[in-house]
Design a protein around this ligand. Structure first.
Ligand code: MN
Length: 128
């Protein structure tokens, strides 16, 4: 499967890991180090999927999600939250906020691949 994935991640080591893995799997990766730049890039790069870190400098992943959902180009794009908080409360909050999926750091590569493939195939639940 192919697709363009927008990765919003402020930690450059995590970003490199995700970018390298997704690129090796054949995906086209667009990277953003802040929520603001991810939102700004979305209309032009027209991603098929967004991986959104929650803890970011400036606006956080929740605010970036809200801003992306307000853009016609990103309204129906599946957005997966990525957070270091592997807490039950965070999973619930992420789900309530409208994220399509949830990944915890450190990333499990098999989980990453499963969610990427699933959401590229299915699209966003919000978009239907
Ligand atoms: Mn972060």
């Amino acid at each position: 499967m192919t697709g363009r994935i927008l990765v919003v991640e402020d930690n450059v080591l995590n970003l490199k890991l995700v970018r390298d893995v997704l690129t090796a799997w054949g995906y086209d990766v667009v990277a953003a180090l802040t929520g603001e730049s991810g939102v700004a890039l979305a209309p032009e790069c027209a991603p098929d999927l967004v991986l959104m870190d929650i803890q970011l400098p400036g606006i956080d992943g929740y605010e970036a999600l809200r801003r992306l959902r307000a853009l016609p180009a990103a309204r129906q794009v599946p957005i997966v939250a990525v957070t270091a908080f592997a807490m039950r409360d965070d999973r619930d909050r992420v789900s309530r906020a409208g994220f399509d999926g949830y990944l915890t750091k450190p990333l499990d590569i098999h989980d990453l691949r499963a969610q990427v493939e699933r959401f590229l195939e299915e699209g966003s639940a919000d978009g239907r």
